[in-house]
Design a protein around this ligand. Sequence first.
Ligand code: NAD
Length: 448
Amino acid sequence: MAKQAKGKGKKSGVKKVGPLPVHPRRLVSTKNTSLPISVFDNVMKQVDEACVQLKLDPNLQEFLKMPRRSSIAYLPVQMDDGSHRMFPAYRVQHSIARGPAKGGIRYHPGVTLDEVQALASWMTFKSAVVNIPFGGGKGGIQCDPTKLSRGELERLTRRYVADLMNVFGPELDVPAPDVGTGPQVMAWFMDTYSMREGHPSPAVVTGKPTSMGGSLGRTEATGRGVMISTREAAKHLGLDLATATASVQGFGNVGSISARLLHELGVKFTHVSDVTGAVYNPDGIDIDGLSEYVTRTGSVLGYQGTTQIKPEEVLTAKVDILIPAALESVITDKNARRIKCKIIAEGANGPTTPGADKILNKKGIMVIPDILCNAGGVTVSYFEWVQNRIGYFWSEDEVNRRLEEKMVAAFGDVLAMSLEHEVSMRIAAFMVAIERLIEVVQLRGIYG
Ligand code: NAD
């Protein structure tokens, strides 16, 4: 395959450009990106299934998938050594039907337009499932942020905002951090946008430092949402969390915080892994102690009272709750049969493949899908935007109380849809999101 492509390129010198892509699946294929191949195809399979359940008009189905607008820019940046480099950069608004596009900006060498389009569509469904007035967006710059100096990162970020100034705005498109970006990049983003507008405009971006308009509770929000949805699932299944056991893959922001909050409800974590390996303690791991240990050493390995196990065992452990909170496509048709838990709480985006989903459904395992389970983050991003617009800031308790309300309502809506149509929680979540989206699309109509 690679050989053939090479030969072709040599012969013609110029890549042939075919007709414009008409099918969104091809348009947003995730090949050669920082995502594993087919994550977007996986999402679209689920969208298709939900549309069939909803008996949706095929015209609307196509409308649902295509991004509203994709912008490309090539950013010239002066490097520290005086040379100039061009960085490809993207911003995609998948949908603004329910409100401004919302979604992170990724700095990664594998970023492509296709990937950004895929991730933007995911955000549309996630925002709709928790019923916040946002659409879906995503952005990215093809770069390796670990190899750029602070000055280079700042100039790259400011140039990105300046070049794509017209597509952003508190009412139009509100970015946030993603892989390779964080509060500092958001601060530069806000400053550049504000300078060009001529006044402070904090609501143009979320995930800012709290000293300049970021929301309290944002760092914990995704893990807190995972805890809330897991607690609701346990309630539905009659599982007592005070005696429940759990395992977590990934011990970063989402994994460690959801583990800590569930641990506070009595859940005993016996298996934990991160990129360095996996550990086990049948009597339960002290999650606070492990968090401090990981901060100090950078690894879960060697934590007191634990023994090292194979990373795969974290997924197949005999526990009540499994939280994949690291990577995409880790639960597949190869290992799904060996999974023994009662609840899978998808902290990560896309950890389960459609093949695995079928097996898990047959086994009667309740999968809380990513677009519901990890939506606490985008929900508190919405709260940040609201606080910026009203110019009044809530206490952390207030943020957590409102997050609790949103997550419990969303979980209830998805569960009710799942029971009514006898479909998995994942398909039900897409159905809830698509119904909300389509209602607005039909009310607004198509202009022109
Ligand atoms: P993070 O970088 O803080 O943590 C990632 C963790 O995964 C680290 O502990 C890392 O060691 C571990 N990891 C990496 N490769 C691994 C492997 N092969 N096996 C086991 N562990 C591995 O990232 P995060 O913010 O916690 O995000 C985790 C997942 O949650 C991602 O899929 C992300 O897209 C998703 N997510 C995050 C948020 C958020 O607000 N942070 C919101 C929604 C979804």
